[in-house]
Write a protein that binds this ligand. Sequence first.
Ligand code: AHR
Length: 495
Amino acid sequence: WSQNTISFIQDSEDTIVISKHIYGHFAEHLGRCIYDGIYVGEDHKTIPTTNGVRNDIISALKELQIPNLRWPGGCFADTYHWKDGIGLKENRPAIVNTWWGGTTENNSFGTHDFLNLCELLQTEPYLAANVGSGEVQELADWVQYVNFSGSSPMSNLRRQNGKEEPWGVKFWGVGNEAWGCGGNMTADYYADIFKKYATFMSDYTNGGLFRIASGANSDNYEWTETLMKKIPKTLVKGLALHYYTVIDWEKKGSAIHFTDEEYFKTMKVAWFMEELVNKHSAIMDKYDPKKEIALVVDEWGAWYDPEPNQKQSILYQQNTMRDALIAGLDLNIFNNHAARVKMANLAQTVNVLQAIILTEGDKMILTPTYHVMNLYKVHQEATLLPLKVTCNDYVFNNEKLPALSVSASIDKNNKTHLSIVNIDSKKEQDIKIDLSTKKYKSIKGTILTSKQINDFNSFSNPNVITPKPFSDFKKKNKEVNLTIPPFSIIVLELE
Ligand code: AHR
């Protein structure tokens, strides 16, 4: 055991800005994410809404300054026919959500509902297009409908439906999980399909269209290699990657009842994100040394077994301090790889998987993961400060992991932020931050922690885990010393 040290690396040549889009979100037609989650309908008797979207959710998302929102899937995207979700709501045909529970949806939340919500939230929409079961023309029409300002069949239809000016959607996913629910394709076949669909997605936004190819599942490096080799840069701006924090797909374990061993394994698979990002990036570097194509981790987060008696709420799970640590760790990894990772989307926004918001009837709660996102928003569009971190191991049985995960950035107001995660469930960590290369006058901090590692915010007790001021550090001229408790996150601000 020794003291952990964090120091700033001085001689980094490039200035790397942490894209705000790393802090993106994802809302799928799944369980109670959209219907009976974000959207409860215009005529709801007791829940205040704006165009049918819960006002409490709108405020919570505004507070987070979410930079982008991905919709309508996920697997759902490759079954979705956008034309069924426009026009008078009473005339819209229904769709059976074949991936998620076989529920019949009335399409009352469609393109206008989603894009108007994004305008309200001042967030960039990220539309996931149907490639698996949709035609090229259908996608070409969608792009024209939402992005074309001139006169055309689709833009005129948009006007008829009440929207004069186009929304100017930049981010487009060309299919989702093409290797699985998006069509069970090979990488080779999908690369050709991508090129075909992408070609007919006209860029009405003048160089702004950001087409994202359906990327690898976890460590399928061949997928990345094939796409990078076959798809020209003129067509693609982003390559996706999906990776969930799951210890075993056959036995994912409970979201709230977990053993020390399960906790360790969860942290181990969470840390695996670092290896994934490194290895996919190395392949991308071979074909794109200037890093013009972004790695877009557009599905990440923890996935546990469903809660008992949650049939209507598919993939609904509670969110403990363990999840906060996963979020802190993954976001630090993305920050530290900001040269290549330029976008990421946590799965999912409301009532599904590692949700930031949970609802039950009129009630809404913010999860520990929400609070991490809120604490970390200081990194959005800030300049990455590369670090050297020497830390203790978090040891369980004969295995070990780095106990600390850290990233740092400096924002436009010259404030430096460090986000420090201690994943060790038993041991606090003494940390020395070497400031010999930094000038600062003041320092303040915020901590997210809890009494028990499996504490969570519930509808009856919504503020068990909330950020608190942290000032328990010792300042010397050239260093700061602090002790971070077990399973905690501290964000420091140096000015
Ligand atoms: O986020 C839930 C599902 O996980 C998505 O629909 C799919 O893309 C992934 O397999």
